[in-house]
Structure formats: C-alpha cells, structure tokens
Design a protein around this ligand. Structure first.
Ligand SMILES: Cc1cc2nc3c(=O)[nH]c(=O)nc-3n(C[C@H](O)[C@H](O)[C@H](O)COP(=O)(O)O)c2cc1C
Length: 364
C-alpha cells in the first residue's frame, strides 16, 4: 500500500534514484491557503545539510505543486506535489546488485519482487521517500493550523545519549534553532560528538524522538480499530528504520501500579481535564482535549563502511560487502521531520472523519 488515511488521504510514489518522488493528497477542503513557501520550509527542515554526516546527498529540493491549488488556495481537488531527484550517483550501487545490504530492505524486496526492484539508493525503501511525506505534512500542518492544532517534535536520544531535562512545548519548538533539535544543550553536544565518532569509525547510530500535538480537540479517534494511538503508531512505524513506539509514558507506565499510573480527573477552567496526562492525551483511543505525545525509536542506519556479511544471490555463496556509497550516519533527525508530517496527516484525517473538515463547502 502506498496510500495512507481514509478521508484525508495521501498516496506517495517514486524511488530514490528514479526521476522523481512525490505525493497526491486527496480529501482537502477548498479554500485552504497553500504556497510553495509552505512546502519549501518543511522540506528544508528535513535537510540537515549543516551536518554533512546526516545528509551527504544534500539534495536541493526542487519541487512543483502540479495540481489542486488556484491563486494560492486549495480547490478541493487532488493536490499533487512532485520532487525531482537530482543528486543521484547510481554507480555506487552497481557492485551491490544481488548482494543485499544487511539491515536494509534489499533482501525483503528481492524475496517479494524478484529482480524487478530498483536497488539503487535503496529504491522505494530509501529514506529519500520521506521527502514526499514531509511535503504532504506541510499541507496537513496548514490544515491543522486552521483549527489551532500544532505538531512539533524533538530528539530525545541519539547514539545512546539521552536528554535529561524537563521541557515545555515552546522549548520543543524553539530547539529547532539549534544545530540539532534537542532541548538539552549538554545532551546535544554529546550527540554531536557521537556523530563525529561514528563517522570516523565508519559506523552509524540509532536513537529516539518525541512528538507533541497541542490544540487537538476532544473526540477524535474511533472506539476499537481506528484508535488515535493505533493510527499514529501505524503511521510512525511506516517510516523506514522505525523500530519502537511508546504512547504517553509508555513502558514507564507499565512498570507502575494502577494507583500511580492513573491520571486524576480534574476540572480546569470549567472543563474536564487530566491532572498529569501520563497517558498521552487519549483514553479508549479517543482524544480528550489534552496534548498528545509519544516517542518513537529508529535503528542505526543499515549502510555502514564496516564490512558486513551477506549472501551473493547470483551464486548463493557467502560474501562480504564493503559499502562505498553515501549514507546518513543517523536517520533520526530526518525521520523526526517525517514523523511530524505523518502525525499531521493522521490528525487531518481524523478531523475529516469527525466531520470537522468538510468537503461540501469551502473552509471558513
Ligand atoms: C530519513 C531517512 C534516511 C535514511 N537514510 C539511509 C541511508 O543513508 N542509508 C541506509 O542504508 N538506510 C537509510 N535509511 C534507512 C532505510 O531506509 C531502512 O532501514 C530500510 O528501508 C529498511 O527498512 P526498515 O529499517 O524499516 O526495516 C534511512 C531512513 C530514513 C527514514
């Protein structure tokens, strides 16, 4: 499946070394202001070219909004965005044909698609495809902004270094002004050091991120299948290299007793609220009007300079692979931007499913 969502739906296409990648967004109302600048801003947040180890390809994002927008406003018709692939060096991948990279999707794609898949740059499984997700997220974020909803994330762990400090939503948004979006300066410096060490070692790093969504109205999500946390987990684990998901306090809650874990129900400014919101803003899969938050972890980038054992599928003999191409020393920073985008897509879909986004009249 390359389509995600029910009422607000995105369909992505493209491979890493093909001509282009892109997205078609269906289910948008008419009358939402969208400019190329909105898309450009989000694509640039994903680049991290100021730390070359995080994006050696450093693709200048040349894109076009092909349809769905007239005079700066959505028409209510499918909005298509194409992003051209420019800085492609496919020759690195010649010697990798039929030698699946351990940890990458090559082996799985060979099993499923035989010799028909494009292995260059990871093809359809490449992290490059998250640029299309980020473009969709730029549009979804604009829709959320109309309803006063904001989504922002930050890095909580990289290369085994974890943040230590408490933080607010404003601090999460502000930490994007730093070289890495980390609220804790000491932890950020240690993470940057880990990145430098991994480059020298020819290795890669995993880590974790946290997403916050504020201003989310109560009543989004469906009672059994279609729970808000289940759909956000599906969206998160669709991002390449994602390996784990914690809702609210997640595994820390699982270690507590019920009396500690439960959030007291209180009245705040005349409305029903949770005193502590350890549960991440939903109960029974339905939002409560509290902020949503969750954490996602990403494994270390599969491609590394260190020799890796694999099997040559041409002659079915063991072989050792030495990867000479470019690779992101950690997928975490770019994956974080993709995760913000997918969060926005899920929330936009649930706004539409709850009847708050209507397609039978322009947005008012
Ligand atoms: C933003 C982003 C960038 C990535 N960059 C690379 C990379 O440079 N080299 C690599 O081997 N894998 C990279 N990956 C990871 C692979 O795409 C991923 O591990 C692979 O598709 C297998 O999927 P899985 O790890 O979810 O099973 C990246 C992933 C993301 C999200």
């Amino acid at each position: 499946m390359n389509t995600f969502g029910r009422e607000f739906r995105i369909t992505t296409f493209g491979e890493s070394h093909g001509r282009a990648i892109g997205v078609v967004i269906d289910g948008l109302p008419a009358g939402l202001p969208i400019s190329p600048e909105d898309v450009k801003r989000e694509l640039e947040r994903r680049m991290f070219c100021h730390i070359p180890a995080l994006n050696p390809r450093c693709e200048p994002e040349e894109f076009e909004i092909l349809s769905g927008v007239k005079d700066g406003y959505t028409q209510g018709t499918p909005l298509a965005i194409v992003i051209w692939n420019k800085r492609v060096i496919s020759s690195y991948y010649d010697e990798l044909w039929l030698k699946p990279r351990p940890g990458h999707a090559d082996l799985a794609y060979y099993i499923k698609y035989g010799v028909h898949y494009d292995h260059r740059g990871g093809g359809r499984a490449s992290g490059r495809t998250t640029a299309a997700i980020v473009a969709a997220g730029a549009v979804a974020k604009k829709l959320l902004a109309h309803f006063g909803i904001e989504v922002a994330g930050h890095i909580t762990e990289l290369g085994g270094v974890e943040i230590g400090s408490e933080y607010t939503f404003e601090e999460v948004k502000k930490c994007w002004e730093k070289p890495l979006p980390v609220v804790d300066d000491v932890a950020m410096e240690k993470m940057l050091e880990k990145i430098r060490e991994a480059v020298v070692a020819g290795d890669s790093l995993g880590g974790g991120v946290e997403i916050h969504a504020v201003g989310v109205p109560p009543g989004l999500g469906e009672p059994h299948f279609g729970k808000i946390k289940a759909e956000l987990a599906a969206a998160a684990l669709s991002i390449p290299s994602a390996v784990a998901f914690d809702w609210g306090w997640g595994r820390s809650l699982a270690k507590m007793r019920g009396s500690e874990a439960n959030d007291a129900i209180v009245l705040r400014e005349g409305r029903l609220a949770l005193e502590t919101n350890k549960i991440g803003g939903s109960l029974g899969g339905i939002t409560l009007g509290e902020p949503l938050y969750f954490r996602v972890w990403f494994k270390p980038t599969p491609s590394v300079r260190k020799p890796q054992r694999t099997v040559d599928l041409g002659n079915m003999k063991p072989t050792v692979l030495e990867f000479r191409g470019r690779y992101d020393v950690s997928t975490v920073p770019k994956a974080l931007v993709a995760l913000e985008a997918m969060t926005a897509v899920v929330l936009a879909d649930h706004l539409a499913r709850a009847g708050l986004v209507r397609r039978d009249k322009p947005l008012s």
